[in-house]
Ligand binder design. Structure first.
Ligand code: ADP
Ligand code: AMP
Length: 243
């Protein structure tokens, strides 16, 4: 549905669909979730399914940073070099964008944080942010998978940038090659989705992000998923973890 400030101009069917969605959402429990796992482990694939089921907002710091880089905003200019090298951008940059994004009305029933927090400092800052809002993280879904599987997943990934829909040449091909199923628009490959940059990204994951899993394990809120299974099986594991 198009964003508009004048509801009179919104077609009735769109309004009714949105109204029904919100009525259904009102019965769902609030959920504040973190998805953690190496690049290619399937976080972006499962997020839209969880988002629709529980009426949450989906905040993927990687997507937000890529949009900032494309738009050449001051944030994007600062983040670009680290992203191209497969290194993490500074904690302050990502904490700032999450703090701002959590204010969105679509995050009212909770959120899915995808790719954040990626360092223990980010996790601590998130705790502070949530404490100030009188809430806390409910569950951390750990997408556990062997590094060896990830190169094929990453190098075969194709993306529809404006919707975030993800495809794979072998595991989730679009109906027509190179084209988004819904809009017919062209798909792109990410600049950092190469075998060489994946090495640095995995190094960053093991060194800086794995300690985040320990951080939340101590709180007893981590659910471990076998992310090397087919997407439908991972979906079932997610459902079990959240029920
Ligand atoms: P992440 O968001 O964790 O980086 P994605 O969800 O984008 O990972 O998945 C990486 C690639 O692997 C995508 O091309 C996606 O289509 C594919 N993929 C995702 N989940 C699975 C799965 N369970 N089995 C096989 N391929 C998958
Ligand atoms: P992703 O789309 O999650 O694979 O992220 C792409 C790139 O964005 C990463 O390799 C980092 O350079 C940067 N990035 C995304 N999220 C974070 C984060 N939480 N902390 C630091 N850097 C991040």
């Amino acid at each position: 549905m198009a964003a508009t400030s004048n509801l009179e101009d919104v077609p009735s069917t769109d309004l009714m669909t949105e109204l029904l969605r919100r009525m259904k959402c009102a019965t769902k429990p609030d959920k504040r979730l973190i998805l953690v796992g190496p690049p290619g482990s399937g976080k972006g694939t499962q997020s839209p399914i969880i988002k629709d089921e529980y009426c949450l907002c989906h905040l993927a710091t990687g997507d937000m940073l890529r949009a900032a880089v494309s738009a050449k905003t001051p944030l994007g200019i600062k983040a670009k070099e680290a992203m191209e090298k497969g290194e993490l951008v500074s904690d302050d940059l990502v904490v700032g964008i999450i703090d701002e994004a959590l204010k969105k009305p679509s995050c009212q029933k909770g959120f899915i944080l995808d790719g954040f927090p990626r360092t223990v400092v980010q996790a601590q800052k998130l705790d502070e942010m949530l404490e100030n809002r009188g809430t806390k993280v409910d569950k951390v879904l750990n997408f556990a998978i062997d590094d060896a599987i990830l190169e094929e997943r990453i190098t075969g990934r194709w993306i529809h940038p404006s919707s975030g829909r993800t495809y794979h040449t072998k595991f989730a091909p679009p109906k027509a090659p190179g084209v988004d199923d819904v809009t017919g628009e062209p798909l792109i490959q990410r600049k950092d989705d190469t075998a060489a940059v994946l090495k640095s990204r995995l190094e960053a994951f093991h060194k800086q992000t794995e300690p985040v899993i320990d951080y939340y394990s101590k709180r007893g809120i981590v659910a471990n998923l076998q992310a090397d299974k087919p997407p439908q099986d991972v979906k079932s594991e997610v459902q079990k973890a959240l029920s």
